[in-house]
Design a protein around this ligand. Structure first.
Ligand SMILES: Cc1ncc(COP(=O)(O)O)c(C=O)c1O
Length: 451
């Protein structure tokens, strides 16, 4: 395609240029129709035609402190003027200071970080570290989980995005999920008795606990419907891991950095993992960065044993500077505390929506981490569109809802029968209400699709 460069390109021209020469994620390319974003600020994106969109999902739940946060942009510029990059075998001030910050804000004895380029590489390296530290191979991962798109991380992933990379890496075994709304253990029972956690115990015994290096969990499964576990679940999983001397890896890539109203989601249940992976909110989307944070015991192992890992762009100086400024912004703006308040507002709005829309089977949220699970029938809980299908993005009425919201100037994420609302954590009450008003209208389409 050719573009006349005299006039500024239109949104359609930029979208076409992207489509012609670049691949888009998780999609048959012919069906892709991207918004062409020229700039962004706070909670809003602007396309090349000057159209404004409220970003009701903080992009991929990562732009936690809003777009173009001035202090972070400034810190990146200042670092770029001084030093953009050094090979990760060298030391740099931002890297050291960021390691110290992470040791301070992560729970328990998590104290030392290995820096990666994003969440999937953090997953891969967490597994590698767990295997090296324990001398064991197997990893227990859950069915409804997502851990990233590299071969290792997708092999750990339980959901359908794994299928295309099968058979994947060896040594991964599956356990059940704490998905109360569709629980195969306790639905119909008066209350949850944590058999989902005990399933991990059984898997460990069947696999031979001495063969298992770690259990990996998202404290709240994110891409698979914001599944908040029952209260006793994570403490019980911790107990089971301790009983067998198996490490617990908490994948906090999506839940970290204030998203749920705490720095990290495991804090809701006072659980201390042995390894934590982080990314997304670490730099709030400004520069790619992930980290694997480990306890002092695991760190000690690598004092005398080599850490067989290295990435040319690991501990990237610009990214570390961006992360330091981002963490400072969370502190200065009291983000976790603010999210607790905004989370109450979101819950109230969801209660009103649930009263109005019979298609809402369950509204799940913790802080500003949330999803609406849409159904054909509240009694049977039949999903509004089928789950599991690998063509997960926006089909049937979900696609219509997405298009409706876009046309009304709101971007958010729909996936299978879930409508996600995970805005920047800096969103104002007015902006949140503005976005939810459009979600409310879109849900009329879901209600009509029930019959
Ligand atoms: C829980 C979780 N882990 C890992 C990842 C992978 O992160 P990235 O896309 O930065 O590789 C994601 C991405 O959505 C995630 O939600």
């Amino acid at each position: 395609m050719t573009m006349t460069m005299s006039a500024p390109p239109t949104a359609a021209e930029i979208a076409e240029l992207n489509r012609e020469y670049t691949f888009f994620d998780w999609a048959a390319q012919g069906a892709v129709n991207p918004v062409a974003v020229e700039r962004a600020e706070g909670s809003y994106l602007y396309d090349h035609d000057g159209r404004r969109f409220l970003d009701l999902n903080a992009q991929l739940m990562n732009v936690n402190i809003g777009h173009q946060h001035p202090a972070v942009v400034e810190a990146i510029k200042a670092q770029a003027d001084k030093l953009c990059y050094v090979n990760p075998r060298f030391a740099s001030q931002p890297r050291g200071e960021l390691g110290r910050e992470l040791a301070e804000i992560t729970p328990g004895s998590l104290c030392k970080s290995f820096f990666t380029l994003g969440g999937a590489e953090a997953t891969d390296h967490a597994v590698k570290i767990a295997r090296l530290a324990t001398g064991r191979q197997k990893i227990v991962a859950r069915r409804r989980s997502y851990h990233g798109s590299t071969y290792g991380a997708l092999s750990l992933t339980g959901e359908a995005r794994r299928w295309a990379t099968e058979p994947g890496i060896p040594g991964i075994v599956r356990a059940a999920d704490p998905y109360q709304y569709r629980c195969r253990f306790c639905s119909g029972q008066p209350q949850c008795d944590l058999r989902c956690a005990d399933d991990i115990d059984e898997v460990l015994r069947v696999e031979g606990p001495d063969n298992v290096a770690a259990v990996i969990v998202e404290p709240i499964a994110g891409a698979n419907g914001v599944v908040v576990p029952p209260d006793g679940y994570l403490p019980r999983v911790r107990e089971i891991c301790d009983e067998y001397g198996v490490l617990l890896i908490a994948d906090e890539v999506m839940t970290g950095f204030g998203r749920t109203g705490r720095w990290f989601a495991v804090e809701h249940w006072d659980v201390e993992p042995d390894i934590m992976t982080v990314s997304k909110g670490l730099t709030s989307g400004t520069v790619p960065l992930g980290a694997v944070v480990v306890t002092d015991e695991i760190a000690h192992h690598f004092e005398d044993n080599p850490l067989w890992a290295g990435l040319t762009y690991g501990a990237h100086t610009l990214a570390c500077a961006a992360a330091l400024a981002t963490i400072q912004a969370y502190r200065d703006e009291g983000i976790p505390e603010r999210v607790v308040e905004m989370g109450e507002l979101l819950k109230d709005e969801y209660a009103d929506m649930s009263a109005r829309h019979p298609s809402i089977g369950e509204a799940r949220s913790l802080g500003l981490f949330s999803a609406l699970e849409l159904v054909r029938n509240r009694e049977t809980r039949e999903p509004l569109v089928p789950q599991i299908d690998p063509a997960f993005e926006n089909y049937g009425v979900m696609k219509e809802m997405f298009a409706y919201m876009l046309q009304r100037g709101v971007v958010t994420m729909t996936r299978w029968n879930w409508l996600m609302v995970n805005p920047p954590l800096t969103i104002t009450p007015e902006e949140l209400r503005e976005g939810l008003a459009v979600v409310n209208e879109a849900l009329d389409l879901a209600d009509q699709a029930m019959v």
